[in-house]
Every structure is written in structure tokens, then in C-alpha cells.
Design a protein around this ligand. Structure first.
Ligand code: FE2
Ligand code: FE2
Length: 333
């Protein structure tokens, strides 16, 4: 078992047997090519005419096909970082998300690759390895943006391959389900606010849609994996899933701490999604409004994919229940 610590030399091809990283076009894409790639990543319909059984070969094959067919071949180095007005720049630099965002992508790529290595099925292994590779590309996008705008980051501790790859993948997958759900809403709030230049919003749009694909893949992987387990393994797996959700709840209550490469302790702001809405909104926004936007955006972002593919359900279900209890704001006063 490789126990190497991995920093900037992450290489999904080296980590995952048989995986070939996608070859990205050298040239800057034309407007038509961009629009085409954008549409292809959002809309996918399987050629299968029948319903399929969860856990079946067809279910797995179509899940993996969706993931490959919706791949967007953008190259981080050709992205434009528009010049920002001083107050916009200050607002972006002050968002308390950059450290955790870069570190989250760094961890996610390694955890996904670590789990992909253990998957016997070549199609699923390739899909998960591509997901890991895309997380690495997200990290590159963020690193380039941080460098372009002079955002200071804390030093990163090297990432170690997890000992329990399945546990680490479940933590990463369910975290993405929670974080993406809120990111969908926050991104829409930021877009509507007009506080950020449209070019910057456009640069991040494919990244957000990519997270939609990631959690779509994850939801179908979980269902496929679960359906193929014997009953005694299934019990162990369900217990693990419960432990993962408890861990995520504990982490989000704000108890998690992390150490940087110099051993300094940092409290991670895992709650930015809720507490930070105000910093990307132009007007006062309350929790109810934010959650309604998150739900709507969640439905919209998934709407282009074959309806036979399973969607993540936990966050939308929790939020729908929460909305029943949250008071409506009286807009007239
Ligand atoms: Fe990511
Ligand atoms: Fe992701």
C-alpha cells in the first residue's frame, strides 16, 4: 500500500490503474465550442429505452457513460481573471473560504483516487478516477485565481492517502452533497447581487455544474454499491454511512480543527455556506430565502440529466422539512 504524502505532484494516472487523464485542447476555445461544451455538460439522456434496476450492470454503465459524456474539456490556464474594482477585489479577498476551498479540493482528489484504486470494475474505476482528476483541476482553477488576485493562503500540510479508502470516499462524497447544495444557492445569490463581474461568475459556472455531476455520480455509485452487497456487508456499510453523517454533523458544528504545515492550529470555517450568505448578497437575505433558492437551484441543475439516474436526496429532504418550520418574513414591514 502506498502511504506517500502528496503535495503538488498529484497524479491520478499514477495512482489509478488504467486511468488516462483527458487531453485538453491546446487552443483557446471559440465561443461556439464553449457554448457546446457547456450544453453537453448539463444535458444527458441515456440511449437505453427501458427502466433499469438499481445496482444492475445497466445502471452502472449508464452512470459512467453520463459522467464521461458530460465532461467539460476546459483548460484552467486559459481562464480569464477579469480586473476587479478595488472594492470588489477587497470583498473577494475577505471571503473566508479560500483556504478551505483549496484544501478541500486537494483532499477530495486524493480521497477519490484512493478509493478508485480499490474498485474492481474498470468502468466505475475510470469514472471515479476522472472525478479525482477534475477535483485536481478545481484546485488548479482556485490556485490560479488566488494567485491572480493576491489572496493570501495558509501553508498546506501534505495530504496523506487515507487508510480506509471507502470511509474517506464516503466522507468526501457526502460532504460534496452538503456543500454543493448550499453552493448552488450562494452562487445564485452572488450572481443576482451584481456585486461580482459577470466574467468571474461565468468562469466559475462550469465548476459549480461539475459539482452537480460529481454528486450525481456519487449518489448513483452509493446506490449501485449498496445494492450489490451481501446482507452482512450491507449492515457494516450502513453503519459506516451513519458514522459518516455523524462525523459531518460534528465537523459542521464547528469542532473540527486543522493544522497547517508549520503546526499552527486553524479553525476551519465549515459553516460558511450559511454564515457567509450575507457577504455575497446585495440586500439583506434571510435563511428561508436562501434555502428556497438552494432548493430551486438544486432542481434546476439536475434537471438536464436522465431522470432514471438517482439524485442526492438527503439535503433537499432536510431543507424541505426545515422550510415548514421557518417563519416567512413579512416583506411589507
Ligand atoms: Fe471540486
Ligand atoms: Fe467535486
Amino acid at each position: 500500500m502506498m502511504s506517500a504524502l502528496i503535495g503538488d505532484d498529484f497524479d491520478a494516472e499514477r495512482l489509478v490503474d488504467g486511468f488516462r487523464a483527458p487531453v485538453l485542447p491546446r487552443e483557446r476555445p471559440t465561443v461556439e465550442e464553449l457554448a457546446d461544451a457547456d450544453r453537453r455538460m448539463r444535458v444527458w439522456q441515456s440511449a437505453e429505452t427501458e427502466l433499469w434496476k438499481t445496482g444492475s450492470e445497466t445502471h452502472k454503465r449508464e452512470t459512467c457513460r453520463m459522467f464521461l459524456a458530460t465532461f467539460n474539456p476546459y483548460r484552467p490556464s486559459v481562464l480569464d481573471w477579469p480586473k476587479l474594482e478595488p472594492q470588489v477585489l477587497a470583498r473577494i479577498v475577505a471571503l473566508p473560504v479560500w483556504d478551505i476551498a483549496v484544501q478541500t479540493e486537494g483532499k477530495a482528489r486524493l480521497r477519490m483516487a484512493a478509493y478508485a484504486r480499490t474498485v474492481a470494475d474498470p468502468q466505475m474505476r475510470a469514472a471515479l478516477a476522472l472525478n479525482a482528476w477534475e477535483e485536481s483541476r478545481h484546485r488548479e482553477v482556485l490556485s490560479r485565481m488566488v494567485a491572480a488576485y493576491g489572496i493570501p493562503l495558509v501553508s498546506e500540510a501534505p495530504y496523506a492517502l487515507p487508510r480506509d479508502a471507502e470511509w474517506a470516499y464516503l466522507v468526501t462524497g457526502y460532504s460534496e452533497c452538503v456543500d454543493s447544495f448550499f453552493a448552488f444557492g450562494l452562487f445564485e445569490v452572488a450572481r443576482r447581487s451584481g456585486l461580482f463581474p459577470p466574467e468571474l461568475i461565468e468562469t466559475f459556472e462550469p465548476v459549480i455544474q461539475e459539482e452537480t455531476r460529481h454528486i450525481l455520480l456519487f449518489a448513483n455509485w452509493v446506490a449501485w454499491h449498496r445494492a450489490r452487497l451481501s446482507w452482512w456487508r450491507r449492515i457494516g456499510f450502513e453503519l459506516k454511512v451513519v458514522r459518516v453523517w455523524s462525523f459531518l454533523a460534528w465537523e459542521r458544528i464547528g469542532l473540527a480543527r486543522s493544522l497547517d504545515a508549520d503546526g499552527n492550529e486553524h479553525r476551519q470555517d465549515n459553516n460558511f455556506t450559511v454564515s457567509g450568505a450575507q457577504s455575497v448578497a446585495a440586500t439583506d437575505i434571510d435563511l428561508r430565502e436562501l434555502l428556497e433558492i438552494c432548493l430551486r437551484e438544486n432542481d434546476r441543475r439536475f434537471s438536464g440529466y436522465d431522470s432514471r439516474l438517482l439524485r442526492p436526496t438527503t439535503m433537499p429532504a432536510i431543507v424541505r422539512i426545515a422550510l415548514r418550520f421557518l417563519p416567512r418574513r413579512n416583506r411589507g414591514k
